[in-house]
Design a protein around this ligand. Structure first.
Ligand code: SF4
Length: 338
C-alpha cells in the first residue's frame, strides 16, 4: 500500500497519459507485429558507476569480465537525462552494474531527481551506508532502497558477497532506517533481499526473522543468475521454486522457460550506461545492443535502430541471443515474503 501510494503520488497527468501510451503502443505492436511507440519511457535505469567494492563471482564487475571501461556517471550527464525525461518518467533506478554509493555525486543525483518529483530507487550492497550518508540520502528524498545479501548468517555470508561482512551490511540497514525514522519521513521503503543459493536456501526462515528484527518494509527472495556451468551447479538450488534454472543432465542446466513471447521492456523502460550509451534493458551488461546516446533520448527512443530491435523482439525473441537467455516475462524472479 505504501508503495502504491508512492507511485500514485508521483503520477502527474502527463506521466499517467505517457504510461497509458506505453501500454497502447505495446498492444498495437503485438497486434500488428511491428513496433508502435507513442510515448517516452515510464522508467529509466541509470548506472551511477561500474565500480564496486566487492568481488561477487558471478557479477561481471566483481569477477573482472565486464568488457566496458570502469567509471562514474557525471552529475551533468545525470541532470541532462533527468531534464529530458522528467515530464514523462515516474521512476529512476539508480543502479545497473557497480555499487551506486561509490559515486561521489549520488546524494546530489537523488536530490536533483526529487526536485523534479521523480521517484528514486537504489539497489546496494549496503556496506558503505554510514549514518551521515544515510541521513543525507533521506534528506535528498530517496524513496526506495533494496539491500541484497547472500545469507542471513555470518558464517555463510561472504560465500558470494566476497569482501563484505554481514555485520557491516546490517549496520548499513539500521542506519538508513534510523535516519528515516528520526527525520519523520515515510520513505525510503527498505527492502531486504536474499539471493537464493543452494547453500542458503534452508535459511529462509532465519532470513525472514532477520528482516523482522531490522523492521524493514519488505523481505524477498530472488533467484540467482549464473553464467558458468561448473560454478552454477554449485550455486543453483535446482529443486526449489526459487531457481530460475532446471537441470537438463549432470553437466547442463537451462532456463525453466524459453517461451518465444516478446518482452514489453523496450516499450516502457530504457537503461543508460555511466558514459551515456543507451541499451534496451539492464540484462545487456556488455553493450550487445547499444541503441544511441543519452544526449538525445527522445530521438534515440523512437529511432529506427531502437525500432529495429523492437521488431526483432516481436518477431522472434529467441533469435536475439541476449533475449533468448533472459528470464524477463517468462519466469518469476522475485518472491515477496513479507
Ligand atoms: S527479453 Fe530480456 S534482454 Fe531482451 S529486451 Fe527484454 S528484458 Fe531485455
Amino acid at each position: 500500500m505504501k508503495e502504491f501510494r508512492l507511485y500514485l503520488s508521483h503520477l502527474t497527468f502527463r506521466r499517467a497519459v505517457n504510461l497509458a501510451l506505453c501500454g497502447i503502443g505495446y498492444f498495437f505492436s503485438r497486434l500488428f507485429c511491428k513496433p508502435f511507440v507513442f510515448s517516452m519511457p515510464y522508467s529509466v535505469s541509470l548506472e551511477p558507476t561500474t565500480r564496486c567494492n566487492l568481488l561477487c563471482p558471478e557479477c561481471p564487475t566483481g569477477n573482472g569480465t565486464l568488457n566496458r571501461p570502469l567509471g562514474d556517471m557525471s552529475i551533468s550527464l545525470f541532470k541532462s537525462i533527468i531534464n529530458q525525461v522528467s515530464p514523462y518518467t515516474t521512476t529512476v533506478l539508480l543502479h545497473f552494474q557497480g555499487e551506486p554509493l561509490l559515486n561521489g555525486s549520488i546524494v546530489d543525483m537523488v536530490r536533483y531527481a526529487t526536485s523534479k518529483r521523480i521517484i528514486t530507487e537504489i539497489a546496494t550492497n549496503a556496506t558503505l551506508i554510514t549514518y551521515p550518508l544515510a541521513s543525507n540520502l533521506v534528506k535528498a528524498g530517496i524513496k526506495k532502497i533494496v539491500v541484497s545479501i547472500d545469507s542471513p548468517t555470518e558464517q555463510e555470508f561472504g560465500y558470494y558477497r566476497k569482501g563484505a561482512k554481514l555485520s557491516d551490511v546490517l549496520q548499513g540497514v539500521k542506519n538508513i532506517i534510523e535516519a528515516r525514522d528520526l527525520s519523520g519521513q515515510r520513505y525510503p521503503i527498505v527492502v531486504l533481499e536474499m539471493l537464493a543459493f543452494k547453500r542458503s536456501i534452508n535459511d529462509i526462515d532465519k532470513f525472514i526473522e532477520l528482516g523482522r528484527q531490522l523492521s524493514v518494509d519488505k523481505v524477498r527472495v530472488k533467484s540467482v543468475q549464473v553464467s558458468s556451468g561448473k560454478e552454477g551447479f554449485k550455486m543453483i538450488p535446482f529443486n526449489s521454486v526459487y531457481s530460475r534454472y532446471r537441470m537438463d543432465d549432470k553437466s547442463a542446466f537451462s532456463l525453466k522457460s524459453i517461451k518465444n513471447k516478446p518482452c514489453s521492456n523496450p516499450w516502457f523502460k530504457l537503461s543508460v550506461y555511466h558514459h551515456g550509451n543507451v541499451v534496451p534493458c539492464c540484462f545487456d551488461k556488455s553493450g550487445e545492443h547499444v541503441l544511441g546516446h543519452a544526449n538525445d533520448l527522445k530521438n534515440v527512443w523512437k529511432s529506427d535502430k531502437y525500432n529495429f530491435f523492437r521488431s526483432k523482439l516481436l518477431l522472434n525473441r529467441n533469435g536475439i541471443p541476449l533475449c533468448s537467455q533472459c528470464p524477463q516475462g517468462r519466469i518469476k524472479l522475485d518472491f515477496e515474503l513479507k
